[in-house]
Design a binder for this molecule. Sequence first.
Ligand SMILES: C=CC1=C(C)c2cc3[nH]c(cc4nc(cc5[nH]c(cc1n2)c(C)c5CCC(=O)O)C(CCC(=O)O)=C4C)c(C)c3C=C
Ligand SMILES: [Fe+2]
Ligand SMILES: [Fe+2]
Length: 345
Amino acid sequence: MQLHKKSAVILMNLGSPDSTEVKDVRKYLDEFLMDKRVINAPYIFRAMLVKGIIVPFRAPKSAEAYRSIWWKEGSPLIVLTKQLQEAVQDKMPVPVEIAMRYGSPSPKAAYDSLLQQVPDLEEVVLFPLYPHYAMSSYETAVEYMKEVKEKYGYKFKLSVIPPYYNHPEYINALAGSIKPFLEQEYDKVVFSYHGVPERHIRLGDVTGCHCLQTEDCCTKPSVAHTQCYRHQTFETTRLVTEALNLPKEKVEQTFQSRLGRDKWLEPATANRLAELPAEGVKKILVVCPAFVSDCLETLEEIAMGGKEIFEHAGGESFTHIPCLNVQPQWVETVVDMSLNAASGN
Ligand SMILES: C=CC1=C(C)c2cc3[nH]c(cc4nc(cc5[nH]c(cc1n2)c(C)c5CCC(=O)O)C(CCC(=O)O)=C4C)c(C)c3C=C
Ligand SMILES: [Fe+2]
Ligand SMILES: [Fe+2]
């Protein structure tokens, strides 16, 4: 399969603050949390909540958390996304750029750089680095890229890679990244996904009457699943469990990174990590499939904070399995999916 010469690829991730200084973290959190797809309240209410309460209190704490994981080259999420870009570019006949939903590099910078490299650019393949559809991740990234394209009148076509939570190549790459860790002794593999408020799941329910109506709604067939984050995470866990032949009793799914007072998807990772040792689960492997690149939420919240919670509760062995980052099988997957997404393929 070949991309035509007048095309290009953008890998899109969430973004990080420019530095670990409180002022930069404040700016980043402000942009992030003022996004109506992240906190979906009316503008005035959102502004009061975000600018008046959340950001002033959270920025110093988040800055400290970022300092604990920051690399000399910068934010792990940005550094790893750039490394992925380089690895994909090595195998791609057309230019590959990166863009961040918040902070830099911005979508406009990515589009402009591609236009400099290919002045008669006809098609951009957008590869969101989120395997699952959520209003606050995949949807906001894609919609923002479309908005910027419209705003500046770029003429090329934008072809978007759909959520790939159940794509065989993605599942194989994820299973392949977990497999070497299964050689060590473990009682359970915990699949910890970024959480979202339950309200977001209901809002995204295209039927208006399926999601979160019953305990097992997300495992019953429904058109609602095209946008149901909970369903899509269950599917990733199920498919990886099958691919690795893991016994069901050795697998558990949780949701992390809760923020605010809304009801979020459950069970919460932090609660389960505190409970598992008393249930006899003393050795665990933790994988975070909602994240393609390691970041604050995997390196600080899970590998550091989660380990501390688990060990404090009597756990004996806690292993954080790194994200797909720049693993060769994942690089191949990104290349293949990008080639297949281009028009005419
Ligand atoms: C209402 C708040 C939030 C929702 C909903 C949310 C969804 C969501 N986020 C990711 C991926 C990432 N989030 C990251 C950091 C982060 N997330 C929130 C809030 C919500 N996320 C905040 C406030 C922060 C910043 C850090 C903090 O103060 O806790 C990151 C890491 C960024 C980094 O620089 O390393 C990622 C990645 C997904 C996939 C998602 C919905 C499914
Ligand atoms: Fe988040
Ligand atoms: Fe659902």
